[in-house]
Design a protein around this ligand. Sequence first.
Ligand SMILES: Nc1ncnc2c1ncn2[C@@H]1O[C@H](COP(=O)(O)OP(=O)(O)OP(=O)(O)O)[C@@H](O)[C@H]1O
Ligand SMILES: [Mg+2]
Length: 220
Amino acid sequence: MAIKRIKSGINGLDAKIDGGFEEGSIISIIGGPGSGKSLIGMSFLYEGLKNGQTCLFVSFEEQERDIVLDMESIGFENVRKLLEDKKFIITFNSPINFEYLGVLDLIRENKVSRVVIDSLSAISMYMDDKGKFRKFMLDLVTELKKLSVTAIVTDEQPQISDSDIMYFSGEYLSDAVIKLFYTGLGGDFDRSMQIIKMRRTNNDRSMLPMRIDKGGIYVK
Ligand SMILES: Nc1ncnc2c1ncn2[C@@H]1O[C@H](COP(=O)(O)OP(=O)(O)OP(=O)(O)O)[C@@H](O)[C@H]1O
Ligand SMILES: [Mg+2]
């Protein structure tokens, strides 16, 4: 079966990943505080919204009001109208004992095409045991795949060893892993993005300078 690609919503990225994200894939966006994880998720959903798709933002960190303001601040228009029309759905959840079954129902009932879960670190923080989180991730990824939605999951850059990252964050379960870097030094590499893996894709491997501006996120 031919791979169907969908636009990422990040200006300049699709040319570096064979035309876009694979439809139905799960993409992990990893980065430290303020590196742009949430805005990448919002840009990805906004691309779907512009094309008439129903999109879901599952938030653990920011309330709906803040998400709307974030999106408006980078020039995304009609966000409030899309919310009123139920084309854009935002749920704000407590990470304590989070159950994703409600999310699966929302996806089914509203025929959602694109989902963002922001962030996994919020959920894992309340799961004391690594095995439990691993099982949670495996189940979640399996269920999302069954529904054939394309999903972005964000994760903080863990300050622990590489083996823990693989074990704990669920990167190995995702089809794609994109890392964000933020130096705060200004200049071309103030922000950058690196595609660590993207299954079935001849992706660019270099550090891509990244910029957040009116119109969204730009990479070159
Ligand atoms: N309108 C804007 N124009 C330019 N840069 C912006 C704009 N809005 C936000 N930013 C930049 O993006 C950063 C926030 O990005 P975002 O919220 O996506 O990061 P994050 O990785 O999700 O952070 P956190 O760890 O706090 O969740 C801000 O700190 C700011 O530097
Ligand atoms: Mg965020």
